[in-house]
Design a protein around this ligand. Structure first.
Ligand code: PMV
Length: 350
């Protein structure tokens, strides 16, 4: 049973943070926190929608301080609040489906109260679904006693959002596409921890509103793009280059492949019929400004996910110059991120 929004809204007014469980015994409460991640070699396209299996492998960098915290308690009906408000459809359906999936593994029907807090714009192409589903997977693992290790947990997080598999781990992470129809081998694995390499990611937020087309819908719409086969064919080579660049701390090597992967993914969206275009005018302005920076000797490279925001990868000594250059563009705000840790989870007072 899912609580109605009206019931939920009344409860928010009276008690925002304590468990919304006056209507049921609260056995315990679990808190978890996970960070967003930036895909350096992008995931785009699914080979199986039901199990959420990717058409290609991908590599990412987990980003602090962009994070989602979740708190799970027992309730009489499923209740979900995101940043203090009832969550609208279709996000609600996706979250409840994920609760059902975790319950089916545990073999329980227990109803849950879930509070989600994200400290950056949600559903805007900044990987909030990655941090949300990674945190939720970890919280449910503990709350329902699933006993999953981090690798198995990444496969569960994947069912909520593909990129969430990577946010289970900190630092540099690969999500292996896998081959099995049941997805058992489609898991995330760490490449190097967050302290392996101090990098900086300057994020130009060009529009913080939720995007019009979700990544899942976008993938479905563009899977028949003229360029999709070429995209799949080149992915292994891109993954190898990125892995090597990370392990050697080769900044130009990593930046070049990351920018190539991002622009190639958007090119395939634009070549679909009808075309999918996530960019804003300021997105193009940032891309051009970063090219200018490179010409003037600043090592900086762009990445863009399913949205209009541009993530600029640079090294800490160049961070200030990148921030100043982006701030001059106007009609955008700037966030700064760095390599972050994997998911954290603990039992808290109900
Ligand atoms: O995890 P999803 O279903 O939100 O898809 C993420 C897709 C991209 O962000 C565009 C690429 C990626 O690898 O994260």
């Amino acid at each position: 049973m899912v609580c109605s929004d009206k019931v939920l809204r009344n409860r928010i007014l009276t008690d925002r943070f304590s468990p919304i469980g006056q209507d049921g015994p609260v056995a315990k409460a679990v808190w978890a926190k996970a960070h967003a991640n930036l895909a350096l070699v992008k995931y785009w396209g699914k080979r199986d929608e039901e199990h959420n299996l990717p058409a290609v492998g991908s590599i990412s960098l987990t980003l602090a301080p962009l994070a989602t915290e979740v708190r799970v308690t027992q309730s009489q009906c499923d209740q979900i609040l995101v940043n203090g408000s009832p969550v609208p459809q279709p996000a609600k359906k996706k979250l409840v489906r994920f609760l059902d999936f975790a319950r089916s593994i545990a073999g329980t029907e227990v109803r849950l109260s879930v509070e989600v807090h994200t400290n950056f714009p949600v559903a805007a192409g900044l990987a909030s679904s990655a941090s949300t589903f990674a945190a939720l997977a970890a919280a449910l693992n503990k709350f329902l006693g699933l006993g999953l290790d981090p690798t198995r947990l990444s496969a569960v997080a994947r069912r909520g959002s593909g990129s969430a598999a990577r946010s289970i781990f900190g630092g540099f992470v690969e999500w292996i596409a896998g081959e099995r129809p049941d997805g058992e081998d489609s898991v995330a694995v760490p490449i190097a921890p967050s302290d392996h390499w101090r990098l900086s990611v300057v994020i130009a937020v060009t529009n913080s509103q939720p995007k019009r087309v979700s990544s899942s819908d976008g993938m479905r719409l563009t899977q028949h793009s003229l360029f999709f086969t070429a995209w799949q064919k080149e992915q292994e080579a891109d993954l190898t280059l990125a892995r090597q660049a990370i392990l050697r701390r080769d900044f130009h090597g990593l930046g070049e492949i990351a920018e190539h992967s991002a622009l190639k993914m958007h090119a395939l969206m634009m070549a679909a019929r009808p075309a999918l275009l996530y960019w804003e005018p300021a997105t193009v302005a940032v891309l051009q400004r970063v090219q200018d920076l490179r010409r003037s000797g600043v090592a900086a490279y762009c990445s863009i996910d399913a949205g209009p925001q541009v993530k600029v990868l640079c090294q800490p000594p160049d961070q200030e110059r990148v921030i100043v250059a982006l701030s001059e563009i106007g009609s955008l705000s700037v966030l700064v991120a760095e390599p972050g840790p994997g998911v954290q989870v603990r039992e808290v007072c109900p």
